[in-house]
Design a binder for this molecule. Sequence first.
Ligand SMILES: NC(=O)c1ccc[n+]([C@@H]2O[C@H](COP(=O)([O-])OP(=O)(O)OC[C@H]3O[C@@H](n4cnc5c(N)ncnc54)[C@H](OP(=O)(O)O)[C@@H]3O)[C@@H](O)[C@H]2O)c1
Length: 309
Amino acid sequence: MVTKVLIAGKNGMVGSALVRLYDSFSNFEVLSPARGELDLLDRNLVFEYLSKNKPDLVVDAAARVGGIVDNNSYPVDFLSINLQIQTNLMDAAAKAGVKNFVFLGSSCIYPKFAPQPLKEEYLLSGPLEETNSAYAIAKIAGLRLIQAYREQYGYSWISTMPTNLYGPNDNFDFNSSHVIPGLIAKFHKAKIEKQNKVTLWGTGSALREFLHVDDLARAIKFTSEKYNDHEFINIGSGEEVSIKQLAELVRQVVGFEGEIKWDSSYPDGTPQKLLDSSKILKLGWKPEIALKTGLVSTYAWYLENATVR
Ligand SMILES: NC(=O)c1ccc[n+]([C@@H]2O[C@H](COP(=O)([O-])OP(=O)(O)OC[C@H]3O[C@@H](n4cnc5c(N)ncnc54)[C@H](OP(=O)(O)O)[C@@H]3O)[C@@H](O)[C@H]2O)c1
């Protein structure tokens, strides 16, 4: 039997990884309309598309996503656009009788000072990180809406909580990127321009966990088949590094030979962010791509494909 899967956000880092993965299975038919075909802010169009195509599974990888500065500068976009995209998709999927739906939260929506590693039950147990609270509140509303659909209509819909991701099709723009693509782009530019130093934001002391997006795509497929619970499920690699260690690793991978300076006038964000992924590990999924290996292949992808987008 062929399963029809709708992947929203096909041109994004996560969406494109999901399309690569599902396309490799002959028992899945992939629907992956880009924004030009299906603008997810157009509620009527989303209802029309879902009722016409009737997918068996929807994976929502479409969102307004960005780094600290971007989140701080555009809180209206991060709150309003994300609320609209996810609500339109869920309401339309419900109307079309879609049996399975996977929503994506993000580890950055846990409370700023929650104990580490972050267990699923720590969500909403304390104040949020202020720099991305608009994004976090939209995501928390999405997690709750999935639960509400389970409660009110009995749908087997689930939410996943991925850690920080990286990989092909990431956003390498200097102003709006997350840390790994930002570091790759900065070190690459410095190498090409033969600069003798690169200045990075913050102190480098924050601790972070990273997961390659192809590992996440496998985890999403895995959970959509093996997990059916009211509570969302964490997806992390368990591999934690300081931003300083990460910068050194990326510097080596890119081959920049100059010095790294830290500008502590920029915020570090949450001091530590490590997910407790024991729930998904117990179910039988595990990451396959080590950080160094993933950085090498991501830089190779960057050299072939990217400048900025
Ligand atoms: N990146 C991470 O580290 C990370 C970590 C945890 C969770 N997540 C979650 O994973 C999901 C995907 O993130 P990502 O990193 O893949 O982001 P991304 O690369 O920015 O991709 C987002 C996608 O959403 C699409 N989109 C935005 N607005 C749309 C609209 N109105 N209509 C149709 N499509 C629209 C974008 O389309 P265009 O290409 O046309 O702009 C893009 O393809 C998000 O829910 C995010 O919260 C990401």
